[in-house]
Write a protein that binds this ligand. Structure first.
Ligand code: 5GP
Length: 114
């Protein structure tokens, strides 16, 4: 089912887009949890991690992590370090059911996460 992220992909609502290819889009989170907080999404609708299949999506996942590395370099957090997170389902606090990779950086992260 389409989510707000489909509207962002279709440019029906605005977003601060930092990276775009044929397959992947990345934009700043509207409610940032770190100085750098970017969401990297596939342009196709995949609701969540449990919908991923290695046989179908491995290349797409590779492209999402390629995006993360390019963006981390551009944002100046590649050397200092960053965190990449997929929240999946209710217990992880997933709010938007369109697969997204959080890229967080620019501050020291805690572990274990909350
Ligand atoms: P989740 O909790 O599902 O892993 O993360 C969803 C993220 O999407 C949240 O961090 C939230 O702030 C962000 N978000 C929700 N709606 C919008 C929106 O319309 N625009 C942008 N840029 N971010 C959004």
């Amino acid at each position: 089912m389409p989510t707000i992220f489909t509207k962002i992909i279709n440019k029906e609502i605005p977003a601060d887009i930092v990276y775009e290819t044929e397959d992947v889009l990345a934009f700043r989170d509207i409610n940032p949890q770190a100085p750098v907080h970017i969401l990297i999404i596939p342009k196709i609708e995949i609701p969540k991690v449990t919908d991923l299949k290695g046989s179908e999506h491995s290349e797409l996942l590779g492209k999402m992590f390629d995006a993360a590395n390019v963006i981390a370099e551009a944002e100046g957090i590649a050397e200092t370090g960053f965190r990449t997170v997929f929240n999946c389902g209710n217990n992880a606090g997933q709010e938007v059911y369109h697969l997204h990779l959080h890229l967080l950086g620019g501050r020291k992260m805690n572990w274990p996460p909350g």
